[in-house]
Design a protein around this ligand. Structure first.
Ligand SMILES: O=C[C@H](O)COP(=O)(O)O
Length: 277
């Protein structure tokens, strides 16, 4: 990828055994009603044996409690993420949902700073950083999304944009290395079917790891960096095989349990192969 220069060294830390691949399904504003439980049950069933990968689903707020109940009944290891939360703990914030409410409902993860939140709901690096701090204080694991728009990419600004977004949350993530996750999602690849070339994605992931290493080598070694943007069963393996791609944040393809399970399977098999040397 030809992009503007920045200072972080790429690929600062080798793939660590502690970075179990994580495949998270962001349902976005879908499957928030009657369809949430059958979908989560189908994901649980289809991924049960794929234990080398960690699996998370992110239903809309309205379905979190029902999905948590469904997964508990199934004795499933599939985790639950919310798609957003308030940085505030409680009070007069009509329409907002706090970290405590999400935990009570059964979430242990929260997606923060998704590009749809940044673009459509005016979230900024500062507001995302506040949310990350609030989530971590409540022991809710953040999946922090970063990524450039097409315009920024074409202007050669990819690494500068990603650096700015990562730096905004670096101090928080460094407080508890490995607790939070970063998802690199080039905005032009989200929901468009235009997936980043694996080597281009790897370059940005290595760059992000280099930024983490500036805070601490430990942080760089244990932080999982997911790729997101039109990940599907047929392109997952090439992406997940990259040294610094530790999983995927899947949108559209996570609404089909069988297709989603194929992505999890790719991560599981790659991890198995890596273990066998
Ligand atoms: O959170 C998920 C991403 O926005 C990717 O969505 P997508 O897989 O539909 O492109």
């Amino acid at each position: 990828m030809n992009d503007g220069g920045t200072s972080a060294e790429a690929g600062a830390a080798p793939r660590a055994a502690s970075r179990r691949p994580l495949i998270a399904g962001n349902w976005k504003m879908n499957a928030g009603g009657q369809d949430a439980c059958p979908l989560s049950a189908a994901v649980a069933k289809a991924t049960r044996e794929l234990t080398r990968a960690e699996v998370v689903v992110a239903p809309p707020f309205t379905a979190i409690a029902a999905v948590a109940h469904e997964l508990a009944e199934a004795k499933s290891e599939v985790g639950i993420a919310a798609q957003n939360m308030s940085a505030e703990v409680s009070g007069a914030f009509t329409g907002e949902v706090s970290s405590g409410m999400l935990k009570d409902a059964g979430a242990t993860w929260v997606i923060l700073g998704h590009s749809e939140r940044r673009q459509l709901f005016a979230e900024t690096d500062e507001s995302v950083a506040r949310k990350v701090a609030s989530a971590m204080a409540a022991e809710l694991r953040p999946i922090v999304c970063v990524g450039e728009t097409l315009e920024q990419r074409e202007a050669g600004e990819t690494l500068a944009v990603v650096e700015r977004q990562v730096r905004a949350v670096l101090d928080e993530l460094a407080k508890q290395p490995g607790f939070g996750v970063i998802a690199y999602e080039p905005v032009w690849a989200i929901g468009t079917g235009k997936v980043a070339r694996a080597e281009d994605a790897q370059e940005v992931h290595a760059f992000i790891r280099g930024l983490l290493a500036k805070a601490s080598e430990d942080l760089a070694g244990v932080t999982r960096i997911l790729y997101g943007g039109s990940v599907k069963a047929d392109n997952a393996e090439a992406l997940l095989a990259q040294d610094d791609i530790d999983g995927a944040l899947v949108g559209g393809a996570s609404l089909d349990a069988a297709g989603f399970a194929k992505i999890v399977d790719a991560a599981h098999r790659l991890a198995e192969r890596a273990e066998q040397g």
